[in-house]
Structures are given as structure tokens and as C-alpha cells.
Design a protein around this ligand. Structure first.
Ligand code: ADP
Ligand code: MG
Length: 509
């Protein structure tokens, strides 16, 4: 199924009422027309234009609320995530334009952003979907200077960023990316999820010093993994939701930084330049150019989000812009980038698989029952044989016509019809006829039992084959687990072991 990228725009409220405010017109909340200030107009190649137009799935104006952004952008994405599709929401824009405000929110519960609202919605929804059993896992990472770090690692509270373990990437034979040194936390309810988000944001803040300013110079990826199993059909799915707060998109020419900071600024811009290159390459391929190679591997962020950009993922971007003319160049560059992203589409499919382990478990239980029955029938089989002998002696006692007992054929046919409930009753006129009826019943019973035993043997052989498949699967998965756990730093810990930090709790409302 094709899924077009959706690009939303959010305008940050203007700080002042001065003439410095950006001049624009908004049509039907979809088309933004920016009236160019003189200095920008004269910088254009064709300076006869005094405005530029940009189209979006939806534009949120300066008055838009967190709730409006959440319900318009996020709910459809999360619904498809809950149905088993991968999904990604990116926030893109220059520093200070409202990416973190949109994704995480501001200080108060009322002003919470997309991520906490998404967590509430996910837990509410899975409570309603009773046909499925769900498990939710959360991880949270930061990419800073081309290194990725775990934001849910409690030891990071006590150590400076420079001493943190880096997340390592390795690719398996099927080009799947695996991560080492990233903790994954099972999460049972909304509050646990929000605590994890707050802990990650807190660790991100304490790691950010005036020297590294990592919170505006890093990308942040909050990932929710959902495992859903249909309790009736043994099909399961695993889907991933990435909620990404990108680093500030400002250009290097504007970064008034020196020395180390210049180096960092270059890095940030580099990874966003690589993101742009990936988007351009994907655009060209979509338009029919013969582009086999998409340069995902040029940066860590594009490698990690490869699927979100050009794979099996429903992708949405929220571009945030300032409403001041001081930032007009950055704003125009964000708007242009958004237009390119908006042209992309991904091929998405539901990540469904048969839960082999559940199937085999059920079959193993059935197998035990069947084997027990089989043994019973096999023991019973001797009885069947001795009954046959008895039948022969009795048949010899019946009156015979041309070697066939009198009326036996008709009576046998009638008995079969009776047993198959095709006739309501059997008319018996004599003791001999009753005797023939009983013998015919025994005969039919024995034949069916033999067929049943053959069928059971067949099933039992089939189950043995399943056993072999299961053993092979178990060997494969323990091999993969060994590979994944080969690093001593990998640690999965539960929430109740997390450090105690007093975060704001959801008020009772
Ligand atoms: P970014 O993450 O893009 O660098 P922030 O989200 O930190 O920017 O926003 C910078 C400041 O502007 C913050 O104080 C934030 O609360 C405020 N802000 C951003 N967007 C909005 C908005 N739509 N409404 C009100 N305040 C906003
Ligand atoms: Mg931010």
C-alpha cells in the first residue's frame, strides 16, 4: 500500500507586535503565502516576485493549540501504528521555532505535546481492543555529534556526556539494523511511559551545558514498540513508532560559532545536509531517475531512520517556523525542505506474522491429547479384532441365501442411513434382524475407528515435523540472542529500578 508523506506546518506565536513580524497569508489552512521583505526579494534571482507559496497537508497558525496539533496530526498515525504499521513523526525547524514544544510540550500538563498525548492515546486504545494482547516497550536516544546515546540509562545522571557509552549499530545478513547499549523498557501504563519520557528529557537537559548545548544540537528519537497478538488466530505483529525531535536546522553560515562549537555546528548541519541528500535522492528515484543508491549511510541519523525515510513506514513531518522576519532565510529554507519531503511516498505493509511459537505450543498440547487417544484406540483395536471374530461366528449362525445372510445387505444399508441420520428409525421385525443391525453397527464402528487411527497416525507424524521446525527455530533465535547479548553493557531494566526523580504528575482531572 502506498503512503504519501504528510507535511504539516506550525507557526510559532510572534514574540512582539513590532513591524518585524513575518507578513503572510494563509489560504484554507493549507497554503501559506509568504510576503517577502525587501532584502530577501532583492536577493532572489528573479526579483520580480514579492511572495512565495507553499502547500501543506495542514497549516497550524499561531493560535493553534497542542490538542489541535495532536488530534489532527497524530491520531491517524497512531491508529495505523496500533493496526501494525510502522510510523514516524518528525519535527523539523530552526532552533527556537517550537520542535520540542510540539513534541514534548512545555512545563504544564495542559501544554503537554505530541509524545505524552500519544502515550495516553495508545494505552486508552489498547484497553479497548480486547481481541488482542499487547506489550509496549519504550526506548529513548539522542544523537549528538554523530554518536548515539541512551537517554534512559540511569548512570547517565551522574556522569558527563563525554563518558557515556555510545550506542553501537550492526547489520545482520538481511540488512536489519540492531542496536547495542540501548535499553528497552517494558511499559504497562501511561504514567510509566510519561515517567520514562520525563527521565529522558531530564537526562538530556543535564547533559546539555553551555559548552555543548546538546539539546538544540542533537536529534532525539523516542521509540514506542508495540507487540500485538490476536488471541483468536495466533497472528502477531510488531510495529514501531518513532517520535523524532530533530536538531535545529539552521545553516552553518548563520551559526555564529567558533572553535569547538563550530565543529559541532558543522556536524549538526552535516547530518541535516545528509538528510536532505537522502530526501533529494528519494525524490529523484520517485520521479523515475535510475537511482539505485540512496545515501542513508552517510550519517547515523539517516541510517537509523532508513525505514522511516524510504521504507516500510507511514511518515509525517511537522515543520515549525518562527513568525519573525529576522529569521526569514531559515524559515524559507524550512519551507522549501518541507515541500520536497511532501512529495515522497513509502510502500507500507502490516508487520504481521504467524506466531510460530504459539502455534507449536497449541499443537504440542493437541498432540499430547491425540497421542493419548491414539494409544487408547490402539489398545481398543485389539478389541475390534476380537469383535470381528465374534461377528464371523454369529454370522455363521444366521440363515443364509446364496452364502449371504438373509436381508443383511438391505439392513446394513439402512443402519448406515440411520447412523447418518438420514432416516429417523430402524424397523426391526425379528430377533435375527435386530442381531444383524447390531452386527452392522459394530462393523461400521470398526471401519471408522480404523480410519480414525490412520488419521491420528498421520497427525502425529505431522506434529513430529513441527517439532523439528520448532527445534530449528529455537536454535536460530538463541543464536541471534547470543549475538545481541554479546555486549556486557546491554542492560534492560524495569521502571521500578529507575532513579527517583520528582517529575510533575498528571493532576487528577
Ligand atoms: P526548538 O525545540 O525548536 O528549539 P522550543 O520548542 O524549545 O524550540 O521552543 C522555544 C521556546 O518557544 C520555548 O520557550 C517554547 O515554550 C516556546 N514555544 C515554541 N512554540 C510555541 C508555541 N506554538 N506556542 C507557545 N510557545 C511556544
Ligand atoms: Mg528543542
Amino acid at each position: 500500500m502506498k503512503s504519501q508523506f504528510e507535511v504539516y506546518l506550525r507557526l510559532k506565536p510572534s514574540n512582539n507586535q513590532s513591524q518585524n513580524a513575518m507578513q503572510y497569508q494563509l489560504n484554507h489552512n493549507k497554503r501559506l503565502q509568504v510576503i517577502l521583505p525587501r532584502h530577501v526579494k532583492f536577493g532572489l534571482v528573479n526579483n520580480s516576485r514579492d511572495n512565495l507559496e507553499f502547500n501543506f497537508t495542514h497549516v497550524f497558525d499561531q493560535k493553534s493549540t497542542q490538542e489541535q496539533v495532536f488530534s489532527t496530526v497524530t491520531i491517524p498515525v497512531i491508529n495505523s501504528f496500533l493496526d501494525g504499521y510502522n510510523a514516524t513523526i518528525f519535527a523539523y525547524g530552526q532552533t527556537g521555532s517550537g520542535k520540542t514544544y510540539t513534541m514534548s510540550g512545555a512545563e504544564t500538563w495542559q501544554l503537554r505535546g505530541v509524545i505524552p498525548r500519544a502515550l495516553s492515546y495508545i494505552f486508552d486504545e489498547i484497553d479497548k481492543r480486547t481481541k488482542f494482547e499487547y506489550k509496549i516497550y519504550i526506548s529513548f536516544m539522542e544523537i549528538y555529534n554523530e554518536n548515539a546515546y541512551d537517554l534512559l540509562e540511569k548512570r547517565h545522571l551522574e556522569t558527563p556526556l563525554e563518558q557515556w557509552n555510545k550506542i553501537a549499530l550492526y547489520e545482520d545478513d538481511q540488512n536489519n539494523i540492531h542496536l547495542k547499549n540501548l535499553s528497552i523498557h517494558q511499559c504497562n501504563n501511561e504514567q510509566e511511559g510519561i515517567d520514562l519520557l520525563m527521565m529522558g528529557n531530564f537526562i538530556r537537559q543535564v547533559s546539555s551545558t553551555p559548552m555543548n548545548q546538546s539539546s538544540s544540537r542533537s536529534h532525539c528519537i523516542f521509540t514506542v514498540t508495540l507487540e500485538g497478538c490476536d488471541t483468536t488466530s495466533e497472528t502477531c505483529f510488531v510495529s514501531k513508532l518513532h517520535l523524532v525531535d530533530l536538531a535545529g536546522s539552521e545553516r552553518i553560515s548563520k551559526s555564529q560559532v567558533e572553535g569547538n562549537l563550530l565543529n559541532e555546528a558543522k556536524y549538526i548541519n552535516l547530518s541535516l545536509t545528509y538528510l536532505e541528500q537522502v530526501i533529494i535522492a528519494l525524490n529523484e528515484r520517485m520521479k523515475g531517475a535510475n537511482r539505485q543508491h540512496i545515501p542513508y549511510r552517510n550519517s547515523l541519523m539517516t541510517t537509523l531512520l532508513k525505514d522511516s525515510l524510504g521504507g516500510n513506514c507511514k511518515t509525517v513531518m511537522i515543520s515549525t517556523i518562527s513568525s519573525e522576519n529576522d529569521n526569514i532565510e531559515e524559515t524559507l529554507s524550512t519551507l522549501r525542505f518541507s515541500q520536497r519531503v511532501g512529495q515522497l511516498e513509502n510502500e507500507i505493509r502490516r508487520n504481521e506474522k504467524i506466531d510460530l511459537e504459539a502455534v507449536v505450543k497449541r499443537l504440542e498440547q493437541e498432540k499430547l491429547i491425540l497421542i493419548r487417544e491414539l494409544e487408547q484406540y490402539q489398545r481398543g483395536g485389539n478389541v475390534v479384532n476380537s469383535n470381528n471374530k465374534k461377528l464371523q461366528t454369529q454370522q455363521q449362525m444366521l440363515p443364509m441365501t446364496n452364502g449371504i445372510p438373509l436381508n443383511q445387505k438391505e439392513i446394513t444399508e439402512k443402519v448406515e442411513l440411520y447412523l447418518n441420520e438420514r432416516i429417523p428409525q430402524l424397523d426391526i421385525k425379528s430377533v435375527e434382524e435386530a442381531q444383524i443391525c447390531f452386527e452392522a453397527m459394530k462393523d461400521l464402528y470398526n471401519t471408522r475407528m480404523k480410519e480414525y487411527v490412520t488419521e491420528l497416525t498421520f497427525i502425529s507424524e505431522k506434529l513430529q515435523k513441527y517439532d523439528e521446525i520448532l527445534t530449528r527455530k529455537k536454535e536460530q533465535s538463541s543464536f541471534l540472542e547470543q549475538k545481541e547479548n554479546s555486549s556486557p553493557e546491554v542492560e534492560v531494566y524495569r521502571r521500578n529500578e529507575s532513579p527517583q526523580i520528582n517529575f510533575k504528575k498528571k493532576p487528577n482531572q
